[in-house]
Design a protein. Structure first.
Length: 498
RNA sequence: CGGGGCGUAGCGCAGUCUGGUUAGCGCGCCUGCUUUGGGAGCAGGAGGUCGCGAGUUCGAAUCUCGCCGCCCCGACCA
């Protein structure tokens, strides 16, 4: 097992994750620190995510557009909190030309080609978008604007990890403009619900929808919502965010509209996004020491066929039978692959497809030809069963259905068995003493940033969110802050986070 | 930005301390034959600016100095 080159989770979770991402060919490191190559297998997962989310956005009235990569530096100074949040991690374009190095080999930046105004590579697009919306909005009849874009952004992170935090990443960012505060609030919540349902139904990862604290909210937002998930090392990971921006950007970019009464008002805004971090979340949520475990809805290959045969004739027959079943499944919309590689042994293929995360493997060999059967192996449980060919398609669909339910259930059980309610400081502090993730703690908090930061300093645990709905009855009842003993309205989620 | 580790074939490593044939090994790759129900075997073959730059020396992967890069762990962030 160890010669597969994947560090077991029990030895080192971080190494396991890195090994898996590389070995399963999801991504590669790039020549530039913090950037990555998303390989076809990883990109296929992203495409499936994109399609599902994009359909949901469209179904709720959104349209796609694409704004430019480069943003004039001056735009960033408009919204104070926004600058504060992003200034320290921006890549800046200062020149537009290279020249041959007069002293020798290679090329150097041409000092003559300095830009009048430096350009920022977008870390997020609020500023350029609001600068544009200003020209698009005059009347309440121009509202709402419900635009999304699929794009890459760049944040010069000090410490990066494949998919979880890369300098450049892919995401979608929605930017909407509304006539009223209530409508913007509804928009932020609608999107949050899309994210939650996507996370749970497509990724099979249970998510807690909640409100970010002032301390954790998006730079420039009035308030931020998020979905938080737990992965196998018991850390929290933010899987998506939806912000109500209030009138902050409208004021910064002077975006006003005339209402039905002829009065000028600033518009209300939201922005929201999920990124390729979802792929990292997905890997960390379900996969095991043998490789990827993917939920059927997001598996690039749901069903893989491994036909076997010593001789040409047997091979032809098992290939043909595999093709026939695969065609029937494809007809029904499943993503299938018949592995016809001749050099690799069946055993190699079994391991290889387990690494790649194919949900169900169909083995067809000489014995099956005689018996009119095939063997179905389920990726996440490792269980094998022999079925009649006539029943194969039905059974495969059942197994995929069950896989999705099982992955969600298992992830939910992990979260529930590692979530506790703690009301005294000693126990709280003790809970977070261990290395790495320590699960979720639902505790009371007095609502101040000061307390939040003190707790973070002492325990490394942060407030992931203030749940919108109680996880259990009673979580939304008043109590006393776990640190200060001051009154608290409800329990909030504490955890060590990615 | 602090601490640690590493840079030698596509990948993983040995060799470096103690300088000295033509720089090795495993995996992978190419060719051929035999193989195929849990990572096949044999034979042959291709593949190297030893991270970069100076220096010491008759001679440097190995010693000295400088530089660069990457990974991991902490502080900050989707």
């Amino acid at each position: 097992m160890s010669d597969l080159g994947i560090t077991p989770r029990s030895i080192n979770y971080a190494d396991w994750y890195n090994d898996l991402v590389l070995k399963a060919k999801l991504a590669d490191y790039s020549p530039v620190r913090g950037c990555m190559v998303i390989r076809p297998h990883g990109y296929a997962i992203w495409e499936l995510m994109q399609r599902a989310l994009d359909d949901m956005f469209k179904a709720t009235g959104h349209v796609n557009a694409c704004f430019p990569l480069l943003i004039p530096k001056s735009f960033f100074s408009r919204e104070a909190a926004h600058v504060e949040g992003f200034a320290k991690e921006c890549a800046i374009v200062t020149h537009y030309r290279l020249m041959n190095d007069p002293n020798g080999e290679g090329v150097v930046v041409d000092p003559e080609a300095k830009l009048e105004e430096e350009l920022i590579i977008r870390p997020t697009s609020e500023t350029i978008i609001w600068n544009t919306y200003k020209d698009w909005i005059q009347s309440y009849r121009d509202l709402p604007i419900l635009i999304n874009q699929w794009a890459n952004v760049m944040r010069w992170e000090r410490r990066t990890r494949l998919f979880l935090r890369t300098a450049e990443f892919l995401w979608q960012e929605g930017h909407t403009a509304h006539a009223t505060n209530e409508e913007a609030e509804q928009e932020a919540l609608t999107i949050l619900e899309i994210y939650r349902s996507f996370c749970e139904e497509w990724m099979c990862v249970p998510a807690i929808a909640g409100l970010k604290t002032e301390n954790e909210k998006f730079a420039g937002a009035h308030h931020s919502y998020c979905i938080e998930a737990m992965v196998q090392d018991l850390r929290a990971i933010q899987a998506g965010t939806s912000h109500h921006l209030g009138q902050n950007f409208a004021k910064a970019f002077d975006v006003k509209f005339q209402n039905a009464n002829g009065e000028l008002e600033y518009v209300y805004a939201t922005s929201w996004g999920v990124s390729t971090r979802l792929i990292g979340t997905l890997v960390m949520a379900h996969s095991d020491d043998k490789g990827l475990v993917l939920p059927p809805k997001l598996a690039p290959i749901q069903v893989v066929f491994v036909p076997m045969g010593r001789d040409e004739q047997t091979r032809e027959k098992t290939f043909a039978l595999s093709d026939k079943i695969a065609a029937e499944l494809s007809e029904a919309g499943l993503r299938c692959k018949v592995d016809k590689r001749e050099k690799e042994s069946p055993g190699f293929k079994f391991n290889d497809w387990e690494l790649q995360g194919a949900c169900v493997r169909v083995e067809i060999g000489p014995r099956d030809l005689e018996a009119g059967t095939c063997v179905l192996a389920v990726r996440d449980t490792g269980e094998k069963q022999t079925v009649q060919i006539a029943h194969a398609c039905t059974q495969i669909r059942t197994l995929l259905e069950e896989t999705g339910q099982r992955l969600f259930k298992k992830a939910l059980e992990l979260r529930e068995s590692n979530t506790q309610r703690i009301d005294d400081w000693d126990s709280f502090e003790k809970q977070f003493q261990g290395e790495g993730g320590c699960g979720f703690v639902l505790a009371h908090w007095d609502g101040t940033t000061e307390t939040e930061q003190t707790i973070a300093e002492k325990t490394k645990a942060t407030i992931r969110c203030i749940p919108l709905k109680p996880l259990e009855a009673g979580d939304n009842q008043p109590g006393r802050c776990v640190l200060t003993g001051k009154p608290s309205e409800q329990r909030v989620v504490f955890a060590k986070a990615y």
